[in-house]
Write a protein of this length. Sequence first.
Length: 117
Amino acid sequence: MEEAKTEIEKAMADPATHRFECKSCGYVYEPEKGEPRKGVPGGTPFAQLAPNWRCPVCNASKKQFFDIGVTGKPSGFSENLGYGFGVNTLTPSQKNLLIFGALLLGFLLFLSGYVLN
């Protein structure tokens, strides 16, 4: 657990790994992927993009982007990650999968009642 926290802390300290979201349309620039539509190779930090670079979705300027942190960082405050049944260490996408998977399973269980007749 300590190793995971130190890796996250290292990534948080390195601004080259941070993702940036467009305030206008919600597009997220991820440095490890780059932006092939605009000719930006993977591994290019947001700070190294040209000053006249624009959002590929809504054409907003680079000033319209804000830092949303690191990919794979668990959601929530770091002091709360040790509580609960392990769900506090899940990333937001993992939490979404857990929640909507449980809803789908409950719905399928509900529909199985009609099959019994």
